[in-house]
Design a protein around this ligand. Structure first.
Ligand code: ZN
Length: 232
């Protein structure tokens, strides 16, 4: 038996011996957060940034949009989840994060701001009653407005409108459109959010709040952006 062959069984045991788990409960401003990382996939520095981003942005989003939103939230770091992050609002409000995403893109911690807005939204149906473009557009509108350091990952709402962009493209494209439309109709996003939470949103809701169809608002927005104007 070579020396290496004798060492191999020992080396294989080491990862088991060093496996660790973090579970910590933090309470701030009436909100209780349980942070769970069963395999310590993220280091203490990233954990602190996630916790700070959550408390700072969730408190402001909750106060502005839905003070009745959950006052107990779990953040779960899950290496088996292969998306970026998601929120489950059924029962205990839970934000699941793929640690590999943040290890590769440590500047992108404001994804927590986007997910925290989903907890505030607490809409009754994702894509079923609450349109996906509005749910995700409002979450990216909120990431832009409340995020702590979006610049660290080069994240920003688009200034330009591409040919294949539509009002319902979702995420940043819809977020930029909502930000522009909210300037023209102050309180629009807050009212859309309330209608969505009440399960009362229809295309007529947009028309009632703005005096025109969403397609007409988008056409004015696209015209203004391609024409180089900044304001509505
Ligand atoms: Zn989302």
């Amino acid at each position: 038996m070579t020396r290496l062959a004798r060492l191999l069984p020992l080396l294989c045991l080491l990862p088991l011996a060093t496996a660790a788990a973090t579970e910590t409960t933090i309470e701030r401003d009436g909100v209780t957060l349980v942070y769970r990382d069963a395999t310590d996939a993220l280091d203490a520095g990233m954990r602190e940034r996630i916790v700070e981003t959550f408390f700072s942005t969730y408190a402001r989003q909750r106060a502005d949009f839905n003070p009745a939103a959950a006052n107990a939230v779990d953040i779960v770091i899950d290496p088996d989840y292969d998306g970026v992050a998601f929120v489950d609002n059924k029962g205990q409000a839970t934000m699941t994060i793929n640690p590999a995403w943040l290890v590769e893109r440590p500047g992108d911690v404001d994804l927590v701001t986007h997910e925290a807005m989903h907890i505030v939204q607490a809409y009754p149906g994702y894509g079923d009653g609450a349109p996906v473009w509005l749910t995700e557009g409002i979450a990216d509108y909120a990431r832009d407005r409340y995020g702590l350091d979006n610049a660290a990952s080069g994240w920003a709402l688009p200034e330009a409108v591409a040919d294949d962009h539509r009002y319902d493209t979702g995420y940043r494209v819809s977020g930029a459109f909502l930000k522009w439309a909210d300037t023209a109709h102050p309180g629009l996003v807050r009212k859309l959010d309330a209608a969505l939470r009440a399960g009362a949103y229809t295309p007529e809701t947009w028309a009632a709040l703005t005096g025109e169809t969403v397609e007409a608002t988008w056409a004015r927005y696209a015209q203004a952006r391609t024409g180089g104007q900044k304001g509505p």
